[in-house]
Design a protein around this ligand. Structure first.
Ligand code: CA
Length: 227
């Protein structure tokens, strides 16, 4: 991860929603540029290579779907569409506009933030090659995990889950967030999937899986990794 804040473009003509989104995304540490106009959005996207564009479908001067079609010929910037009616979803998907994701209004702020994080995670190249936590080492390139010298035999998902936990050492992560980060937001399973994999991981990395000291349960929230 680079230290540069990621830059987001918010395109939404409803001023209240636009300001709410901008305020909350800035609080998450992103740099935010906003506009309520379609033509201006296109100009801004051409001037600055944003890390992500959150784009309303119904806009003055140029609609969101047209903007996606134009931008897709020019750049790969991830785009999350905001759509007012679930009926529009079929159109968005049917047209294969090339948007990376969509959210149907009204949506909760938490839902949008989760989508933003997930899309950015997918599009941001991994710049760290190893993760270290105590005697645990994760080689992210070779996808190998070690506890001291011996290699740990982790499944694909166990590896991703452990990496997500270590990246957020000391932070309580909800099961929903882990599900999104490791399995992707559209995974049809439920949060018990997370619990099952946590149990398997504990058996592999804890001294005593019944008394976990590394992957700690945070009651009412989820899990926290302790170094
Ligand atoms: Ca609109």
């Amino acid at each position: 991860m680079s230290d540069q804040p990621q830059q987001l473009l918010i395109v939404e003509d409803e001023a209240t929603l636009r300001e709410t989104l901008a305020y909350n995304l800035k609080r998450e540490g992103y740099e935010v540029v906003t506009t309520g106009d379609g033509e201006e959005a296109l100009e801004l996207a051409r001037e600055t290579l944003f890390d992500l564009i959150v784009l309303d479908v119904m806009l003055p001067t140029l609609d969101g779907l047209s903007i996606v079609r134009i931008l897709r010929k020019e750049q790969r910037t991830p785009i999350i569409l905001l759509t007012a009616r679930s009926g529009e979803v079929d159109r968005i998907l049917g047209l294969e506009t090339g948007a990376d994701d969509y959210v149907v209004k009204p949506f909760s702020l938490g839902e949008l933030l989760a989508r933003v994080r997930a899309v950015l995670r997918r599009s941001t190249p991994e710049t760290t090659t190893t993760l270290q936590a105590g005697d645990l080492t994760l080689d992210l390139i070779g996808r190998k995990a070690y506890r001291g010298e011996p290699e740990l035999r982790l499944s694909h998902k166990e590896f991703d889950l452990l990496a997500a936990l270590i990246r957020n050492t000391g932070t309580a992560l909800s099961r929903e967030r882990l599900l999104q980060e490791v399995w992707g937001y559209d995974y049809p399973g439920d949060t018990r999937t997370v619990d099952v994999h946590i149990r398997w991981l504990r058996e592999k990395i804890e001294e005593d899986a019944a008394e976990p000291r590394r992957i700690v349960t945070v009651r009412g929230v989820g899990y926290r990794f302790e170094q």
